[in-house]
Design a protein around this ligand. Structure first.
Ligand SMILES: C[S@@+](CC[C@H](N)C(=O)[O-])C[C@H]1O[C@@H](n2cnc3c(N)ncnc32)[C@H](O)[C@@H]1O
Length: 451
């Protein structure tokens, strides 16, 4: 059954949509869901592997199932590196996304921009940069003590000297029109040539490994050549479409100011999961290397500032209390959230240094409700939304995140159409030492703006 043919259920009193397990061929696309992050090989995805991203072939099949007329506008309130955006462009649609991580929003917009015209080719500019960087590197070893501790520990001295020389030239404007492309080709190179364990999502500079690529300059040029290939392909897409990634908070109306109310015909997204994954920390190596931030506190203040609370590090007593009071406006969903909070408070109290999962939950669901409020204003009546989201079980307390989100959506002007189990997944609360045997899954929920 196509998603657009699914039976509709409207209003808070509608029967709950039970998650159904989809077998084999019934699952759209590869069925890989978000497990693998952005692809290492797909056009545009391969520019930079954002660990939170979902596979683009999957997004493509989800979009196809929405059966939107060509030229529709697709939105994503958690746009990440714009995987939905590049898939929407390929399918002949415009795209409007909101992403809180400033660097990742920059990358997403870059993928959607048309390449500079009438300039020297990117590959030639990149080769010149490499030649200049090699000669600069010869004289600049001594400057490495200006690099952050994390950066120094992730590379051998010769490799870091060459990477830093390339960076300094790019920053000084040597790549001019191609500046951002050169920047992202270099940032994409970092983990390839690191001699520490920097496999996603966390950086472990104390732990050595053999770099997957030995020469940073060769790898940088390789990445540049992928970009050039992908940009050529993008020239063939219709020129009357619009592509925008706003760096902002999708809870806030201001982030949606550049799209008309009711202007979106579809939404494909994947919100942060309740799994204590920290999107700012995951990109710490790139942020420190580029000089965007120089301390943990600065990273929290600038990069995390607009992200919704999905980790215990972001939680606070005040925010949780205020969220609980605001959530009481959301009907019966409030009761199920309160039950979870109470169980988690008890679990925390039973531990010597229990984690504040009970404070994350109300803040998280209030944020999701606020995002849904913005979507209700932005989406055209009848427009469908597909979200991929996983459930979780901190301290063994089951949180049916997809169902709670579907229930909130119904409170906020959407009908809930589908709740499908895509794959079973492991227990992801990394810091939880108490093992539990609750089976977790990744699900696809489908809801639609009521007419
Ligand atoms: C699961 S990821 C989605 C990634 C995206 N689908 C992709 O393929 O790259 C969730 C994203 O939501 C972003 N995010 C968290 N809070 C946000 C907020 N309040 N507004 C906008 N984006 C937010 C995170 O930075 C993260 O990139």
């Amino acid at each position: 059954m196509l998603i657009s043919d699914a039976p509709r259920q409207a209003g808070p009193d509608a029967p709950l949509v039970e998650p159904t397990v989809v077998h084999g061929g019934a699952l759209p696309g590869s069925g890989r869901g978000r497990k693998h992050g952005t692809s290492k090989t797909e056009p545009f995805d391969r520019w930079f592997r954002y660990p939170a991203g979902f596979a683009s072939d999957y997004v493509t099949s989800l979009l196809a199932h929405l059966e939107l007329p060509k030229g529709s506008t697709v939105i994503d309130p958690f746009a990440g590196s714009a995987v939905t955006g590049t898939a929407a462009r390929r399918a002949g649609h415009s795209f409007y996304g909101v992403e809180a991580h400033p660097s990742i929003a920059e990358l997403g917009q870059l993928k959607l921009n048309s390449a500079p015209q009438h300039s020297r080719p990117l590959s030639e500019t990149a080769k010149d940069l490499v030649i200049a960087a090699e000669s600069l590197a010869v004289s600049s070893t001594s400057r490495l003590n200006q690099e952050s501790d994390l950066v120094r520990r992730c590379f051998t001295e010769p490799v870091l000297t060459r990477l830093a020389s390339l960076r300094d030239l790019i920053k000084a404007g040597a790549a001019e029109e191609w500046h951002l492309y050169a920047k992202w080709a270099l940032l994409g190179t970092l983990r390839d040539v690191s001699s520490a364990r920097v496999g996603w999502p966390y950086q472990r500079p104390g732990s050595e490994r053999k770099p997957t690529h030995a020469d940073p300059m060769i790898r940088f040029l390789q990445r540049v050549s992928w970009m050039e290939e992908d940009l050529k392909q993008a020239c063939e897409f219709a020129s009357d479409l619009n592509f925008k990634v706003v760096n902002g908070d999708s809870r806030s109306q201001i982030s949606w100011a550049e799209i008309d109310a009711g202007g979106a015909q579809g939404c494909v997204s994947s919100p942060p999961y309740l799994n204590n994954f920290d999107y700012a920390d995951a990109t710490r190596l790139e942020l420190y290397f580029w000089g965007d931030v120089s301390s943990w506190a600065e990273m929290c203040a600038s990069v995390r500032a607009e992200m919704l609370t999905a980790t215990t590090q972001q939680s606070s007593v005040g925010a949780a209390l205020s969220a609980r009071s605001k959530l009481s406006n959301y009907g019966t969903v409030f009761k199920s959230i309160e039950e979870i909070v109470e169980k988690l408070t008890a679990e925390r109290a039973a531990r010597r240094r229990g984690k504040e999962y009970d404070r994350v939950i109300p803040d998280y669901f209030l944020a999701i409700a606020q995002v849904l409020e913005q979507l209700a204003m932005t989406m055209k009546p009848g427009a469908p939304a597909i979200w991929l989201v996983g459930d979780s079980a901190p301290y063994g307390v089951y949180i049916d995140t997809p169902r709670i989100i579907s229930d909130l959506a119904q409170e906020l002007g959407f009908s809930s159409e589908k709740d499908v189990v895509l794959r079973r997944r492991g227990q992801r609360w990394a810091s939880n030492t108490t093992r539990h045997d609750v089976e977790l899954s990744e699900r696809m929920i489908v809801f639609r703006r009521v007419l």
